[in-house]
Design a protein around this ligand. Structure first.
Ligand code: HEC
Length: 124
């Protein structure tokens, strides 16, 4: 009986955890930042629509939370080029995570922001 319990506990300790192969990539295949084939890094089709829906209510000319105005291309470009925009979207330490009180944007949207910024944040 003791042997049986010992054997069982060995099985539970060593075999069962090794059967658990789920990784984030397998569970969320389209969301790992590498499968974002359709991302173009386009300001007009990928950046602006997200800002308008997710950010502008708190970051506009008459109501600029934290002194950040995300209304109009030049303001958005400035926020991107000074680094704060991407850092806040990526929830990096030292900046406030954005969008405030909402879930982090999905990885492909984040990639679009980064590709756009790395291209020099053009008005494309
Ligand atoms: C519900 C209101 C709200 C929404 C929506 C919102 N923000 Fe903010 N944001 C704030 C407030 C308030 C601050 C300043 C206080 C703080 O830092 O927490 C801020 C600060 C920031 C900062 C400066 C961060 C820093 O630490 O310097 C950036 C950049 C920013 N927001 C970008 C965004 C972007 C991009 C979005 C959309 C994806 C967004 N915010 C959506 C309220 C909001």
């Amino acid at each position: 009986m003791t042997r049986l319990i010992l054997t069982l506990s060995l099985v539970i300790t060593f075999l069962l955890p090794s059967c658990y192969y789920d990784t984030e990539e397998e569970l969320y295949p389209a969301n790992n930042g590498n499968n974002c084939d359709s991302v173009q890094g386009s300001f007009s089709s990928e950046i602006l629509p997200v800002i308008n829906v997710q950010c502008r209510s708190c970051h506009n000319t008459s109501f600029s939370s934290g002194g950040v105005n995300l209304e109009g291309f030049t303001n958005i470009q400035n926020a991107a080029l000074n680094g704060k925009l991407i850092q806040s979207l990526r929830h990096e330490s030292g900046v406030s995570p954005m969008p405030q009180n909402s879930p982090k944007l999905d990885d492909c949207t984040l990639k679009a922001f980064e590709d756009w910024k790395n291209a020099g944040a053009p008005n494309n």
